[in-house]
Design a protein around this ligand. Structure first.
Ligand code: CA
Length: 238
């Protein structure tokens, strides 16, 4: 049974929820209720498993039991928040006093539900957190000297407004959403050009050439590096 501690159920349509709960029966019960609502659920029992799971791919929502193997998981939540984790988090706990709830929210929880709870309420609260997060849409991106306004569809390098064609804008947006990651030509052909099949074409290189001439400063290395034989990378200092 212990080998089932990390249970991954894949749902291709949505980012999984991460359930952090060390009591097996409780974890199964919550997981089942969420799956019935169409969520994919990953279960973690220890801080190590949580860190591994959140590093791999940020979950849509985290449900975190406050007491894990006898330790208060609020410290773990504070650590995650300190590391920049912004995943909406519902803390569940048998500690139900007002002070406990306040501590949970101050540690970085977005919501707090006292045990025992009605399963429908947990599901509704998870749903509310998920909805709120997707409503808070990103309206601008920043990478190094570049700032992109996704509403006005404008780009600036420092204070200078750049004039990009629509395809160049989409291409740069893709790089700015994946800074310091290797981007292959195939990824760009699929995700920016939306090709179903990958034609033999130099269209990516041509557009990257044009984009570089617009975003790069004279005499400086290009912000978009060529990664030999692989693709490209928008290199920015974080
Ligand atoms: Ca527990």
């Amino acid at each position: 049974m212990m080998d089932d501690r990390v249970v991954e159920l894949h749902n291709n349509e949505s980012t999984p929820l991460l359930l952090v709960e060390d009591e097996f029966d409780m974890a199964q019960e919550i997981s089942l209720a969420l799956q019935q609502q169409g969520y994919a659920v990953q279960i973690a029992e220890t801080e190590g498993e949580v860190l591994a799971a959140t590093r791999a791919r940020p979950p849509a929502v985290m449900v975190v039991d406050r007491m894990l193997r006898g330790t208060d998981s609020l410290a773990m939540i504070e650590t995650l928040r300190g590391q920049g984790n912004r995943v909406p988090m519902l803390v569940i706990s048998a500690l139900s006093s007002v002070d406990d709830r306040i501590l949970g929210l101050k540690a970085g929880g977005d919501d707090y539900l006292a045990k025992p709870f009605v399963m429908d309420e947990l599901v509704a609260r998870v749903e509310a957190l998920r909805r709120r997060a997707s409503d808070a849409r990103v309206t601008s991106l920043k990478a190094g000297p570049l700032t992109m306004d996704l509403v006005d569809r404008t780009v600036q390098r420092d204070d200078k407004l750049l004039s990009l064609l629509p395809r160049e804008f989409n291409l740069l947006e893709y790089f700015m959403r994946h800074p310091n990651q290797i981007i292959t030509r195939a990824m760009l052909l699929e995700d920016v050009w939306h090709y179903r099949t990958l034609p033999q074409t130099n269209v990516v290189d041509v557009h990257i050439g044009k984009l570089r001439r617009k975003i790069d400063a004279a005499g400086e290395p290009s912000l978009i590096e060529t990664v030999r034989a692989v693709g490209f990378m928008l290199h920015v200092d974080s």
